[in-house]
Design a protein around this ligand. Sequence first.
Ligand code: F6R
Length: 605
Amino acid sequence: MCGIVGAVAQRNIVSVLIEGLRRLEYRGYDSCGVAVLGARGPSRARSVARVADLEGQVRDGHLEGVTGIAHTRWATHGAPVTDNAHPIFSRDALALVHNGIIENYETLREMLRGKGYEFVSQTDTEVIAHLIHSLYRGDLFAAVREAIAQLHGAYAIAVLHKDQPHTVVGARQGSPLVVGLGDGENFLASDALALAGSTERFIFLEEGDVCELSLDGVRIVDRQGEAAQREVRQVAAYGGAVELGPYRHFMQKEIFEQPRAITDTIPQADAFDASIFGEGAGQVFADIDSLLILACGTSYYSGLTAKYWLESLAKIPTQVEIASEYRYRESVPNPKSLVVVISQSGETADTLAALKHAQELGHKHTLAICNVGTSAMVRQTELSFLTHAGREIGVASTKAFTTQLVALFTLAATLAKLRGRLNDEQEAGYLKQLRHLPAALNSVLALEPQIIAWSEEFSRKEHALFLGRGLHYPIALEGALKLKEISYIHAEAYPAGELKHGPLALVTEAMPVVTVAPNDALLEKLKSNMQEVRARGGELYVFADTDTKIVNGEGLHVIRMPEHYGLLSPILHVVPLQLLAYHTACARGTDVDKPRNLAKSVTVE
Ligand code: F6R
């Protein structure tokens, strides 16, 4: 994934930039580069190999400077070749690095071509560089502000100009950017981790912020152009891989990283194309007549959600099994079934064994959906889709789950298209919805204070019931799993229609009933199920889409979600459940990131 580092100092800053890139390497990247300002403008080194190679180039080329920017690129627009590697230049006067995707880059490119700008890369980034250059009138900060007003999409950028030798300007929207404060020097990065060792004082920029780094300070304005006072946070240098930043626990950090993780996971292609799943996927997808999904725990629940998508969108029969069950049961193999294994770690013993078992039974087509590209699961499957959640440290999986859902929705849409069940308009609509997801997630994350208020109540309970229907039943399961594994409250989930077949007997005022209430076709049925709970004195805690019109009442507590998000709604609805589990666990004082008896990677049976 892409990473940014920038610095303004009075010393040669190249080693700080390279070290920053090295710290971001764990995210994965396919090219990297660094640019510094000299008397005649910016000069750069770029590599399609590793940061170590870039470092060699910098040393051999005697690249030195006091103001600079650097980047690790994970190719989106354009192949991982040197011309597409950042920093991208505009007319040898301006250098820019960028994380994210500019959706209207084609329109802007045409407009800039009309003004005589020549494009030498396939990147969307090059339009930002030329746009800022075209607007530059002696004030880089002003030019950046004017330029970003014309950008649609997600970005974090760092930019420098030859006429402002001690200035780096940054801006963010949809991608993180953090300012590091030094003594007579200042820094910029996409992750505080990149600057460990250079500073421990950070400002986490907010959406829409633009900043200007100089030797003696940092100027920040918000989206409206008003001077913004942002909190300076002390983040202790952490020699390990990932920083906690302003968060209390990694789980909280990872919940809040979801917009970024999803941005990085959404396929960059303009179409649902089989090639997203690897070479030969088109042929495999044409060969199959069904899917067999195998996974454990949270990954299993993402598979259960996918079944709804695969059967409704692609009309392809889909079976989902817990890996530890499948591996020991006598099943009837279907060689025309695609075996899909889902795993955050790619090392889960049961899932690996189930995969092997399926292969031994004669299943020849296999696909891994996994967060670790180097894992055994990816190596042992024919096809793969890598989620880009980044390292997940909290034992309770959060961002890995939502990125798995993005991958699985992409699979369902791709198969639907291949099977002639998705027209161009629908395809464009789903792609648009996917790209809007990070913004929608941000609005759900903003519900945290309301969820904290509920968590106080939950922390005093010993049992909880979760209800969902249809596509959101697996989300209820996931919510219950999150609550039990980190707060140790006994939680169970049911499809709401099952209540009257048994679990209703458990409902009393001491048993909070969490209800996932999207505004979908099953809403009226769900409302009847809620009545059944109320009639028995049960207290309902409902996450309701705004357009359901469900409001607070006696024994009915409601948190309003955004408007219904269609088929992708589960990805939004799971987030408040993660937050509820997290804050309930905090209120109970458990070890959130390392819950008792559990491990992150389950490599034993
Ligand atoms: C729960 C959780 C686990 C994992 C399960 C499978 O929060 O994280 O249930 O989902 O152990 O792990 P992976 O996805 O690595 O195969």
